[in-house]
Ligand binder design. Structure first.
Ligand SMILES: [Zn+2]
Length: 64
């Protein structure tokens, strides 16, 4: 769990996938792009807050 600087609460950061784009590109490229997307997903895609979509986290809940 991480502390979201925008929501001011503990949340679990998630890597969100746009499934519409995923299906669309799979349809047009026959699935070959999935290989590249997998690399992008695991190496470069930032986890975001599931509530606000923010990317600013702390490892603990600040006191005071
Ligand atoms: Zn948030």
């Amino acid at each position: 769990m991480k502390y979201c600087n925008y929501c001011h609460r503990m949340i679990k950061p998630e890597k969100k996938v746009n499934y519409f784009i995923l299906l669309l590109l799979t349809f047009f490229t026959g699935g070959t792009w999935l290989f590249f997307y997998a690399i992008y997903y695991f190496l470069f895609k930032d986890p975001v807050c599931p509530i606000c979509g923010g990317k600013s986290f702390l490892d603990y809940e600040p006191r005071g």
